[in-house]
Design a protein around this ligand. Structure first.
Ligand code: SF4
Length: 958
């Protein structure tokens, strides 16, 4: 007799279904498995089989649940009924919304398609959005890259045919020395974290060059607290040391680079600085074996790397390597000469150069594998120089960032550490020909006519610029003009200012997707807000129509006339394509999809499907059949499966062909998405051991790449130490050729378009008084947030819900500042009032803060008194979109003069102690109304699988 044994369920079921998909909480695109219970999201875990994260899930990825259940989610299409910027909307049906959009866009396309400016933010579907713009016929399209990292991408693609981050990666398994420059912790998050842990486990050395010691720098073996904007000079000093020590891999340079190509030495002539060419246009070297000029690409010549050689007539030429050695061997680049400017001790520069050389040359490694090079020569191993490098926005966001990044690539090439075991390795479909073959379209724009190629591309000389005969830019952002010739990602930061000014022409409609351009994705935010609401003499908005698609009530939603609500990333089909920014590993091309894990519970639609719907309504070529009906009536998933960019090549490379047995090329497979879902939503193809290294000259890899459509031919790709496209612009600036820049642009182009990497101080520095603005001001992005939407996520804002301005302890004591003091931060554009914190791990001439934590009161369905609004702030208010100067003086944009990259890390400021006053940061703006349809956010933050109660957006975490 007794009581029954209590029943305790020791293994309660946490789910009743698990669905694989791809994370979108940052740009890494990790594989995730979403656990569901009763149709609600219960838990997110990393997919252990996924090539990107191998099961690792970061805090952002886990917090995707709260992103999905955010109280800031838009619920239905909205039409503006009040004044712009007030967030006064009425809810409308989708049919009405799409009819309005079709009317506006149709009128533009019937008359002048360039009056549509279509700009997207951290858009992971750029191969669709770019193609849509091309078919619409507007050259005014770009995504977030011009604001973020085009200097990195362009420098890489014009030098080595790939770039850091998405197009390449350190060989984490083998590298012995890892040198990282200015990386924000939100980018390439899981791969870098897991990579660094591998280095630590193996005892490899990790050196981080960054003015701020946070994130990755905090766990580095050595932190180099460099002065912002001087990384290029530091790298050139390393090159100087290697050249003087003779620690250069000349075999590698001869085999794989243009080190031995001859450059015409005829100052003042139209071909000075161009490559010497033979009768068939082939580049020439001087062959030491035959004692004659020879085709530089022949495999069996022994090109001279130094000397001066006679060409036909009275002309001479010198090898690239000689030019390079002359330049960087100069005493002005010695560690002693650059140390003060860089804020790095000369002895440290010398030591780091010696360490690089020691690891590259004394600790070389080999991977045994038979492979054949492009010339048919057989090898039994890959020799590796195990030094790897990585760089990101700290380099990119300076006006000298293009050349700094080229200098880093030059350093890698001199060490022979690109695409070798232990070095930096390309992720397929990279490397590509240098530069990639397609040029930007948009020279001719006509009503109801698609452009004759992709909107964004790679300029090879002045003839490819998008300017008219008078030199006036043809794009609204002035990308690919004399102001920013190699603007491969466009110049998103200039769109609103130029559209407002009607310079170079007025537009009709600004169409934005996921781009928070009324807040943190603009420079000079206060002025941009005014531009969006400014009216002409007739009382009409100077930018007549604004359409915005977003999943959440961002600051920019308030400025839209028409809002098209997007789904969350867990509610839609998506495609991470090899045509775009894929998820490949250096050993395996790969792509992926997102599948809907749950159905939307609101009247929202995936933007990509909406875009295709609009395309069909507008009758855009490729989006309708001959009978005028929609070509992809099933929306984006229909497009993903059936669209062919060229015969047999579509958005996804896996399971192609009628039976799903093909990869890369093959007819559309109607069951392709099923195959992806059955394989955890990704596809990858392991390269054979003999295809894995030296891909630019590896016959086995190049033939595979041609078959897959990654490259047009299996010809070798020669890495470009010396860039001829850059020299063509310099020649134009010197008065040669049919296309020449306006007089007032010549000096700038001559200086910026150096065919070898060069260092100049950031542009803003040369235009302001350094005594008045003595400090550099930069931002970092925390590891726990990537999109601006991160700081309305209830879990993530418990980690950080406000920001401070960080100042070096030594500088703070010099200025009489202590933790939590209030200061006014002043730039040439304006001032902000913020609170300071002191820290030791900071370059003493630098202040910094977290980016995009500050929010406008009321936005994101946060309470108007949320810490993000009252104590958070943006540095953007201090950053000019134009270089310092006076109105009416033809001021140029605050950008890299080569690529147009927004130079927001060039900012110089002074700080002045001030009273706390009301204890609120300044500037503050009128709180935004909560738009129609959005319920007030609950005041208690709670996640519960059963109820999935909405999380707080008001109040603080306390
Ligand atoms: S690193 Fe980025 S993609 Fe990966 S889990 Fe974290 S947020 Fe998601």
């Amino acid at each position: 007799m007794g009581l029954p044994e209590p029943v305790v369920d020791l293994s309660p079921s946490v789910n009743d279904a698990v669905k694989a998909t791809t994370c979108y909480m940052c740009a890494c695109r990790c594989g995730i498995k979403v656990h569901l219970k009763n149709g609600k999201i219960r838990y997110i875990e990393g997919n252990r089989d996924h090539p990107v994260n191998k099961g690792v899930l970061c805090g952002k990825g886990s917090a995707g649940i709260m992103q999905h259940y955010s109280p800031a989610r838009l619920r239905k299409p909205l039409k503006r009924v009040g004044g712009r910027g007030k967030a006064e909307f009425e809810e409308i049906e989708w049919d009405e919304a799409l009819t309005i959009a079709t009317q506006w866009l149709g009128d533009i396309r019937d008359t002048d398609p360039k009056k549509l400016a279509f700009f997207t933010g951290r858009d992971q579907s750029q191969s669709l959005t770019g193609w849509w713009a091309q078919q619409f016929g507007t050259p005014n399209y770009a995504a977030h890259g011009g604001f973020c990292s085009v200097n990195m991408a362009a420098a890489g693609l014009y030098t080595i045919g790939g770039s850091f981050w998405e197009f390449g990666e350190p060989d984490w398994e083998r590298t012995k020395y890892f040198l990282m420059f200015g990386v924000a912790e939100d980018h390439d998050s899981n791969p870098i974290k897991t990579g660094i842990s591998k280095l630590k486990a193996r005892g490899a050395k990790f050196v981080s060059v960054n003015p701020v010691r946070t994130g990755y720098s905090a766990v580095a073996d050595e932190w180099v607290g460099i002065r912002p904007g001087t990384d290029g000079l530091f790298v050139i000093a390393l090159i100087h040391e290697l050249l003087h020590a003779g620690k250069v891999d000349t075999d590698y340079l001869v085999r794989y680079t243009n080190a031995g190509w001859l450059v015409i030495d005829a100052p003042g002539t139209a071909d000075h600085g161009l490559f010497a060419r033979g009768k068939k246009g082939e580049q020439l070297s001087f062959d030491r074996k035959s004692g004659k000029l020879a085709d530089a690409r022949l495999p069996d010549i022994a090109p001279a790397l130094s000397g001066r050689y006679k060409l036909s007539g009275k002309r001479y030429a010198v090898p690239v390597f000689q030019l390079l050695a002359e330049r960087y061997g100069d005493e002005k680049y010695s560690p002693d000469s650059v140390a003060k400017t860089c804020g790095v001790a000369a002895d440290d520069i010398r030591r780091i150069a010696a360490e690089l050389a020691d690891v590259a040359f004394n600790q070389a490694i080999a991977v045994e594998a038979e492979w054949t090079d492009w010339a048919g020569r057989k090898h039994d191993k890959f020799i590796g120089r195990p030094v790897a490098m990585h760089a990101m926005r700290g380099i990119s966001a300076h006006s000298n960032g293009f050349h700094t990044c080229r200098a880093i690539h030059l350093l890698q090439l001199l060490l022979g550490s690109v695409e070798c075991p232990g070095g930096f390795r390309f992720k397929p479909p990279y490397p590509k020909p240098i530069p990639p073959a397609h040029k930007p379209a948009g020279k001719t724009v006509a009503a109801n006519t698609p452009l004759d190629g992709p909107v964004l591309g790679y300029v090879q000389g002045p003839e490819d610029l998008l300017v008219n005969d008078a030199g006036t830019p043809l794009r609204i952002d002035k990308a690919f003009s004399w102001e920013a010739p190699l603007a491969a990602h466009g110049m998103m930061h200039m769109v609103i200012a130029n559209a407002w000014a009607g310079d170079p022409y007025p537009i009709d409609t600004l169409f934005l997707y996921m781009a928070n351009m009324a807040w943190n994705s603009s420079m000079n935010t206060s002025a941009v807000i005014d531009m969006l609401t400014d009216k002409d003499a007739d009382g009409n908005y100077r930018i007549p129509h604004i359409i915005h698609s977003d999943a959440y009530f961002s600051e920019t939603v308030a400025y839209a006339d028409l809002v098209l609500p997007d789904t969350t990333y867990l509610e839609r089909w998506d495609c991470i394509s090899l045509l775009d920014r894929p998820i490949s590993h250096a050993d395996a091309p790969a792509d992926a999809i997102r599948q809907p894990v749950v159905e939307p519970d609101r009247d929202v639609r995936a933007f990509q499907s909406v875009l295709l719907d609009l395309g069909a309504r507008l009758g855009l070529p490729g989006m309708v059949n001959d009978d005028g009906r929609a070509k992809y009536p099933g929306g984006y998933p229909d497009y993903i499966v059936n669209h062919e960019r060229s015969p047999g090549i579509g958005p996804l490379a896996g399971w192609r062909g009628a039976k799903g047995g093909d990869i890369g090329r093959g007819a559309p497979n109607p069951r392709q998405l099923e195959a992806y879902v059955a394989h955890d939503c990704f596809w990858k193809q392991e390269l054979a051991p003999g295809q894995r290294f030296f891909k630019f000259a590896n016959k086995g890899y190049l033939e595979f790449a041609r078959q897959m459509g990654f490259v047009g031919t299996a010809d070798p790709i020669v890495l470009q130490l010396y860039s001829e496209p850059l020299q063509k612009f310099r020649l134009a600036a010197e008065g040669h050729g049919k296309m020449q820049p306006p007089e007032d642009m010549r000096a700038r182009l001559r200086e910026a378009f150096d065919p070898l990497p060069v260092w100049h101080p950031p542009l803003e520095e040369g235009l302001i008084d350094g005594n008045e603005y003595p400090l550099h001001a930069i931002t970092q992005r925390p590891m726990i947030m990537y999109h601006s939407w991160g700081s309305q996520n209830a879990w993530l804002r418990q980690i950080i819900d406000r920001n401070h301005l960080y100042i070096a302890t030594t500088k703070a004591s010099e200025l009489g500042l202590a933790d939590d003091d209030w200061v006014r931060v002043v730039s040439h554009v304006g001032s902000i009032k913020v609170q300071v914190r002191t820290m030791d791990g900071l370059n003493p001439d630098t202040v910094w803060t977290w980016n995009a934590i500050g929010k406008r009161a009321g936005a994101w369905n946060l309470a108007p008194d949320a810490p993000e609004a009252r104590q958070g702030f943006l540095l953007n208010h201090l950053i000019g979109e134009l270089l310092p100067g006076k109105a009416g003086q033809g001021r140029l944009s605050n950008s890299d003069p080569v690529t147009g990259q927004a130079a927001w890390f060039d900012l110089r400021v002074r700080i002045e102690k001030c009273a706390a006053g009301d204890g609120v940061t300044k500037p503050q703006f009128e709180p935004l109304h909560r738009p129609a349809g959005l319920a007030p956010a609950p005041s208690i933050s709670r996640f519960d699988a059963g109820k999935c109660e909405r999380v707080t957006a008001g109040g603080s975490r306390r």
